[in-house]
Design a protein around this ligand. Sequence first.
Ligand SMILES: NC(=O)c1ccc[n+]([C@@H]2O[C@H](COP(=O)([O-])OP(=O)(O)OC[C@H]3O[C@@H](n4cnc5c(N)ncnc54)[C@H](OP(=O)(O)O)[C@@H]3O)[C@@H](O)[C@H]2O)c1
Length: 351
Amino acid sequence: MDKMKAFQVTGFGGLEKLILNTLDIPEPKRGEVLVKIHATALNNSDIWMREGAYGTDTSSNASAGWRREGIQFPRIPGSDIAGEIVKIGDDVEREFLHKHVVLFPFQSSGETGYEHMSSDIAYIGSEFDGGYAEYVIWKADLCYEAPLTDLTESSTIPVSGLTAWHMITRTNMKKGQNVLINGATGGVGSLAVQIASKVFGAKVIALVRDHSLDAKMKELGANETVSYKSTQLVSEIKEAAQGEIDIVVDVVGDTTFSTSLAVLKKGGSFVTSGASSGVVTELDLRTLYLKHLNILGSTLGTREEFSELLKAVKEGEIKPLVDKTFPLIEAKEAQTYFKESKQLGKVVLLP
Ligand SMILES: NC(=O)c1ccc[n+]([C@@H]2O[C@H](COP(=O)([O-])OP(=O)(O)OC[C@H]3O[C@@H](n4cnc5c(N)ncnc54)[C@H](OP(=O)(O)O)[C@@H]3O)[C@@H](O)[C@H]2O)c1
């Protein structure tokens, strides 16, 4: 049987749990395809899955995967995958062969429009083997035509883009609204800036580390940028927006939370899908009720949103941002870089 190189996570823990192995190339079953991976973009979930960093409903310190339960190890991580279909299982039409695709990142039995909320949701790289490998098996009908001819660029879109798109649709964002995007230089944030401004027509204030990033953020569609290091953050954000904020799109969490609520107008919305700076925060309930605020949680998104996202990428409304690539065998170095560096956009592994 032919072999492939793959990294497997062997249990919750540090980088010592990410092990390079030689494995059999898997065989596609009925309805499945074998994808030769060209590129896998990194996400925090690759690292959090290994660290067991998701906690549970009753204990924020408990070790758990993203479903807030255990993971079956060994597991190949990696959720943002682009490649070529090189083999098909039974009942898959031959025209799938040799297609260049990106993978919708999860399977579920949820009804159309509620796929991301189904209790049996299973994520690639967590409940299924993922992209830190040379090959991966996936359902044929969850393989979508790659939006760009460059598969490295295409790999940066699925998870971050779907997450950003769904966060924005959760808020019913309208043209001309003042939108603050926290974590605007990251994987999710840099796509949220583009989607909010270029697809939904919002006026975007991007919260960034410092003003050296202004030109890049404006190119992505931000109207203004504000540094999160400012000591006058609330007033600077309101000044940049020329008023109060309608919607805050947040993946930063603790450090920006009170500022986010302070800049929102009455009846405004705060949507979160992540917490890079800290998962536990303080909430003054008076701010919430006296300002009639909406706090919305969001994870991943629907297949329809995924199609809309890929169309917007294909048509050039949204551009991928590749910060740095690493060969697959340097997956550990790539995760260290991803965690420690202040990258702009995505880090990608190339088998
Ligand atoms: N629920 C979902 O469906 C879903 C999907 C994807 C991601 N996520 C989560 O979303 C979060 C962001 O993911 P990502 O891929 O965008 O990560 P990323 O690429 O690492 O970006 C993180 C962003 O947060 C900013 N940030 C970090 N610490 C900060 C602080 N103390 N103050 C202000 N800004 C800070 C970073 O800015 P600097 O570089 O300047 O530090 C960067 O812009 C993660 O928690 C991830 O797990 C959730």
